[in-house]
Every structure is written in structure tokens, then in C-alpha cells.
Design a binder for this molecule. Structure first.
Ligand SMILES: *[C@@H]1O[C@H](CO)[C@@H](O)[C@H](O)[C@H]1NC(C)=O
Length: 467
């Protein structure tokens, strides 16, 4: 999220400024009772615009985190009627293209069965045509959105506003998501968060005696952000499009740790009930967090998580922050920080890691790898770094596999992806030479039951050697 530079002296927090005339624009979208399939299409629907309060939402008292046996394939069903409050900090329109994607993601949550309220904290009033456009774009009947205007002098404390909102409406929702305006969260991410949170509860419930005992609130299922490493300082058009042939997902915030990736960029979760199944990132900045009602309640007692505190100040000069930025504090450090924060353990399931990664839409922060720790992360001009420094999704995947294989024998898995030459290719046409080694390697991989060899793990380049 882009925020103005921090003011040099006093700051106005969200709490103190919340009485200063918030304008609440409440947009309620009511669609006809559409069949699920029809929801995904453009359909005629009634539009109602009215001011309403959060209390008007229907209340479903169902077990939120019910059946642990629910399989991964039915993840969207675990979203059915889950009441979700999403708070987005979007200072102005400078990230509108990203925000539109973000909103699409939360509307998809509603299409997947959840009851979704989005609250955007911003300092700029939105034009009516944009609001009208969004109403047609978001027809899901259980989706509503409030745009809450804050005075611009709130500046970097805009990121505080979600905290009061969450705790004021704690009893009305099952799940709470705070996020900046530029990371796209999909229904799969949210469904996986709920399933994994439930799994951890079960593990805690069945802890063995003779070990230190933990509470569910000692843990939170985390998020890892990725970008695509587009070439820097280059306009991609028809004549330069080949420049993107190696572009891939990168975990830029985890790139500047010395190898090996495990345990330096990510490591096993040490607490006994979770051993062997979970990892955490060494840099646990997420730009967002998800939390169930039960977790938010527990963290209030544990570490006053209901209070949007200032990031820690220096001992001799408390108005000077000790580290980081307010937004990093509010989205991550206060929760996961050991020394000043709640010391909650971030956990990421080894076997479901990808579902908890989200796209940081600007694709720009990867350019400042190596510098981000000392930088003012409110600014966004970056330094160009060697692409080789960036930790790619494939590299991290392989590092995770290796770490797993040290603990348990290689497990065969069903391979649901196929690759072969099209039998309809002209019979006499010579095969592409670059296909052969990859098809052979793939067939061998399938025969082994979806297990990569050491040689497979070396072949991460996208363009084939001889193309
Ligand atoms: C992509 O990677 C290959 C192999 O390293 C390299 O030869 C090629 O120049 C790269 N392409 C671009 C556009 O950087």
C-alpha cells in the first residue's frame, strides 16, 4: 500500500480521530436469488443503495470450524455461510488498479458461499460512476461494501482503523481479514486458512502429555506474498515481449537470506504438537492477516491486540520508532513479534503451502531486494538487483520437498497433470528436439509416482536448453 511519508512529530491515531466526522457510505447490493452458476454470469439484478448497519446482517450460529475430515478438493464448501469482515486500508486512488483486483477476490468469496462485508478505509471520496460500476460488478447478494472516509491527516495511521472495527463487531462475524489494498486473496486462501486453523485446534486438543502444553491462540496460519519478476525499467510491448520468457513467481521478502533456504529463509515450527507438519518464514511480514473470532478474543487478553498501538519507540526517544513502519507493525509485527508483540507463532502447512501464498499485485518490491530492511518501505522507488538473487516459487518448493524428505520417506502421489506430444501432429513431422528430454523426464516422474529425482530438481529453467 502506498502511504504518504510519516509526519515528523505528532501522529493522530485512528482511535483519536475516529470521532472526527466519519462519513459512512454504505453500499448494499441485493441480487435476485440466483442459481450458483448464474451468479458467475452477468444477470439482471435489482440494486438497492441504502445506509445500513452491520447489525442488520443475518446471524447464522453454525459451527465455524466444523469437520476436520473435509477434503482439500471441497475447500469452497467450507466457506458456506461463513460471515467474513474484510478491512482494507486504501489511502487514495494511487493503487486503484490493484484494489479493483482485490475487491474481485473478496466478491469471489461471496460467490463461493460466504457472507462478505468489505470496509475500505480511505481519505478520498469515490465518484458515483465508479460506485455504480462496482454495484454491477458485484452482484452476489451476500456481498456488501462500506467506504469509510477518514481525514487525510490520519496518514500512516490509516492502517490502525481495522482494529477498532474488528473488535466492535467481533460477535457478528466468524472470520476477520485485514489487508492492504494491493494483494489479491482468493477463496482458496480463505478456505485453506479455516481448514488449517481447524486442524491446529485438533492437534492442540490431542496434545501428548509430558510436553509443554499449547493453546490454539499460540498459533496463526500465515500468508506469504509473491510477485512476478518482470524485467525492470522496460516497457513490454509486441517487440519486447520475449523479455518476459523467464518471468516467474518470486518471494522477494525472503530472498536476502543466505542459503540454504531451509532453515535460513524458512524453518520448521518448533512447538511439539505441530512438529514435522508446519514451517514459518524468518521474515514474517504479511501485509495482512486473517483471524477467527476466537483468536481475536484470545489475543485481546494475551497482548491487548484490540488496541491499535504505535510501533515500539526508542528507549531514549519514544517518538522515534525503533524499527519498521506502522503498517508492518499493524499487519504483522504486533502479532508475530517476540520481543514487543504478541509472540504468536506464524504457521504454514508443509503440504498446503501454495494455498496460503497471495499475489502482491504491484510486482515492484522485488526490485529492492537486499535493501528492504533498511528502507523506508512507504516509498516505492527501488534498486535493480540481479534476478539470480530472487527466491523463486520453484526453488522454495524444492527446498520444502527436501526438508520433508529428510523426515519421511518419499510419498507417491497421484499426478493429475499430463504432458505428451499431440497424436494429431503430422506423422512424418520431426518432433521438436527440445520436447524429448522433458517428455521422457516427465514419464519417468509419473512412473515413480510423482517423485522428482535430484536431476529433475536441477531443471528449473523455463526455456529449454536447445529451443
Ligand atoms: C532466460 O533464461 C535463459 C537461460 O538462462 C537465458 O539464456 C535467456 O537469455 C533468458 N531470457 C531473458 C529474456 O532474459
Amino acid at each position: 500500500m502506498l502511504l504518504p511519508r510519516p509526519p515528523t512529530s505528532s501522529t493522530s491515531t485512528c482511535r483519536t480521530s475516529s470521532s472526527l466526522g466519519n462519513v459512512l457510505i454504505s453500499v448494499l447490493l441485493v441480487a435476485n436469488l440466483l442459481a450458483f452458476v448464474a451468479l458467475c454470469r452477468q444477470q439482471q439484478h435489482e440494486l438497492h443503495v441504502k445506509v445500513h448497519t452491520l447489525q442488520e446482517r443475518p446471524s447464522h450460529h453454525r459451527a465455524l470450524l466444523g469437520d476436520d475430515s473435509s477434503s482439500r478438493t471441497s475447500s469452497s464448501s467450507s466457506l458456506l455461510n461463513v460471515k467474513i469482515l474484510v478491512a482494507i486500508a486504501a489511502y487514495d486512488f494511487s493503487q486503484l488498479p490493484h484494489l479493483e483486483e482485490v475487491l474481485d477476490g473478496y466478491h469471489d468469496l461471496c460467490v463461493s458461499g460466504a457472507i462478505v462485508k468489505v470496509v475500505i478505509h480511505t481519505t478520498v471520496a469515490w465518484p458515483v460512476p465508479l460506485l455504480d460500476l462496482l454495484q454491477t460488478r458485484f452482484p452476489c447478494s451476500q456481498f456488501t461494501m462500506d467506504i469509510v472516509l477518514k481525514l487525510p491527516r490520519i496518514r500512516l495511521h490509516l492502517v490502525d482503523c481495522h482494529r477498532k472495527l474488528f473488535y466492535t463487531h467481533l460477535e457478528e462475524y466468524d472470520l476477520f481479514i485485514y489487508t492492504e489494498d494491493d494483494q489479491r486473496v482468493t477463496p482458496r486462501t480463505v478456505a485453506t486458512y479455516l481448514q488449517e486453523t481447524n486442524k491446529i485446534q485438533q492437534l492442540i486438543l490431542h496434545q501428548e502429555e509430558g510436553h509443554k502444553q499449547y493453546q490454539p491462540a499460540d498459533f496463526n496460519v500465515g500468508i506469504v506474498r509473491y510477485e512476478y519478476n518482470f524485467p525492470a525499467n522496460m516497457v513490454i510491448d509486441d517487440s519486447t515481449r520475449a523479455a518476459t520468457e523467464n518471468v516467474t513467481r518470486v518471494y522477494w521478502e525472503h530472498s536476502s537470506f543466505k542459503p540454504p533456504i531451509v532453515p535460513n529463509a524458512m524453518d520448521a515450527v518448533p512447538q511439539h504438537p505441530l512438529a514435522g507438519k508446519y514451517v514459518h518464514m524468518k521474515n514474517h511480514h504479511q501485509g495482512m492477516f486473517l483471524a477467527t473470532r476466537a483468536l481475536l478474543k484470545a489475543w485481546k487478553d494475551r497482548c491487548q491486540f484490540d488496541v491499535a498501538s504505535n510501533r515500539p519507540g526508542q528507549k531514549k526517544n519514544p517518538s522515534q520508532p525503533l524499527f519498521g513502519t506502522q503498517r508492518v507493525w499493524m499487519s504483522s509485527q504486533q502479532l508475530y513479534g517476540n520481543k514487543f508483540g504478541c509472540a504468536v507463532q506464524q504457521v504454514l502447512p508443509l503440504d498446503n503451502f501454495g494455498a496460503l501464498t497471495v499475489h502482491h499485485l504491484p510486482n515492484k518490491n522485488y526490485r529492492r531486494v537486499g535493501q528492504y530492511r533498511t528502507r523506508d518501505t512507504n516509498r516505492d522507488e527501488g534498486v535493480v538487483v540481479e534476478q539470480e538473487q530472487l527466491l523463486t516459487a520453484m526453488q522454495l518448493h524444492i527446498a520444502l520437498l527436501r526438508a520433508q524428505q529428510q523426515q519421511q520417506p518419499k510419498k507417491k502421489k497421484q499426478v493429475r497433470i499430463t504432458m505428451d506430444a499431440d497424436p494429431d501432429n503430422p506423422p512424418k513431422a520431426p518432433a521438436q528436439p527440445s520436447w524429448k528430454p522433458r517428455i521422457q523426464a516427465f514419464q519417468a516422474y509419473v512412473e515413480r509416482g510423482g517423485i522428482m529425482t535430484e536431476q529433475d530438481m536441477q531443471m528449473t529453467l523455463l526455456p529449454p536448453a536447445e529451443d
